[in-house]
Design a protein around this ligand. Sequence first.
Ligand code: ADP
Ligand code: MG
Length: 515
Amino acid sequence: MPTEGSQTAPAIELRGISKAFGPVQANKDISISVMPGTIHGIIGENGAGKSTLMSILYGFYKADKGEIFISGQKTEIPDSQAAIAAGIGMVFQHFKLVQNFTVLENIILGAEDGALLRPSLAKARETLTNLAKEYELNVDPDALIEEVGVGMQQRVEILKALYRQADILILDEPTGVLTPAEADQLFRILDRLRDEGKTIILITHKLREIMEITDTVSVMRRGEMTATVKTAETNPEELAELMVGRKVLLRVDKVPAQPGDKVLEVENLRFVDSAGVERLKGINLDVRAGEILGIAGVAGNGQSELLEVLGGYATATGTIRMNGEALDLTGTKSDGQSRRDSGIAHVPEDRQSEGLIMNFSAWENTVFGYHLDPQWQKGLLMDNAAIKAEAAEKMQRFDVRPPNPRLAAKNFSGGNQQKIVLAREIERNPDLLLVGQPTRGVDIGAIEFIHQQIVALRDAGKAILLVSVELEEILSLSDRVVVMFDGQIMGERIAAETNEKELGLLMAGVSGDAA
Ligand code: ADP
Ligand code: MG
């Protein structure tokens, strides 16, 4: 029933939505229309207010002000039951599935009331099978959630919404947990849902995803909706500027590398994990002073193990030489401390469990691992005053926000936590920097900054080994690229002479010659 005389009412219209959490104005007077049968992207940096807005639409939060119209009808959504009744389904950032229930049980859970009163399990299974077939959402109805990967868990969430007959699907940062192949698969599913007339709201901070799949995109910044544009009429640079509020360099600005001597040499490196599986199957590579070697690959092909072995957190066989000297790979000097002593710094992939002590303050974290360095000692004690003063300066230089050294690491956003780790490792001025997923979960403005710091270290003549599952990041930062697949190196390319397609084939295990 259209309200304003037009043929088609928006599937969703929000008018003047505001929401505060204490002093934080998470949403300020937000208005937005989403047309049926379209994919509408919402982008914005962490904390911009995207999830809050969607939680209001899904009945999780109550807006302080504003109205919601569904297909032209003013609709109250006091709780998620009301949202489901209005045809809205949501796939959360953190899945809300019951771990020790099966896929089928999770899908019917909570749907017993209303129109779908106590369906028989057999009936439910049939409905599920049909839905899964219709939308090519491949799931195993009898698998336990705890036993399936995140890709399937996400498909279960989508099926759960479709099972409840949702016409409107909200996905909050759905690709954050997916591999590139899983993300591609998700996009094919979303395409199909749109073809079937569903309306999709896709929240992300990845511009590439927005450009690839959305029809329209709205930009949020600091609680406000700053723009809504047609995807075909915009470009990544414009969107980045709208998100951040200033011009952002999406391409890394760097001059050609001036590689010097070999800093790191790896020969026939093998690593077997605790389950007896060989994860590194004879790796050979080297990194020279003044160059960035990128390691591309789908997550889980040995890149993490390579970083752990190089960083001294796992034992291995083979040879690793730093500046020509062989390192101890199995004995008493096979640990993180010895590696640091030999000039290796390490920004681990998982900053929260390996890079930081979350309950310790930022200033303590800026020397974590290096606290025994003579410069931080005063007699028999640590020179806390000196560490704190230096931490404050490091945090300024690395633009850590807020620049408060006394705040515990856990109270910083992901991007700022990453900057604390990078400040510590880069400012140690290592001969070799190992850096894993440097910008995972990091905002666009901070990505630009982090990339600049890595390139500056290279230009200061240091060797850098970069592991990233983001091909775009690998291609724009690296001078040389090797691709890992199944614990082996599938091929090596000069970054400037290759492209995503060629690397993608190597990542899929298609051999170097064929690619
Ligand atoms: P986004 O999804 O764009 O990253 P959010 O909507 O999660 O942003 O958050 C917007 C702002 O509201 C942030 O400053 C966040 O800290 C704050 N916020 C979100 N949820 C809550 C809550 N339940 N309590 C207090 N503050 C919140
Ligand atoms: Mg969010």
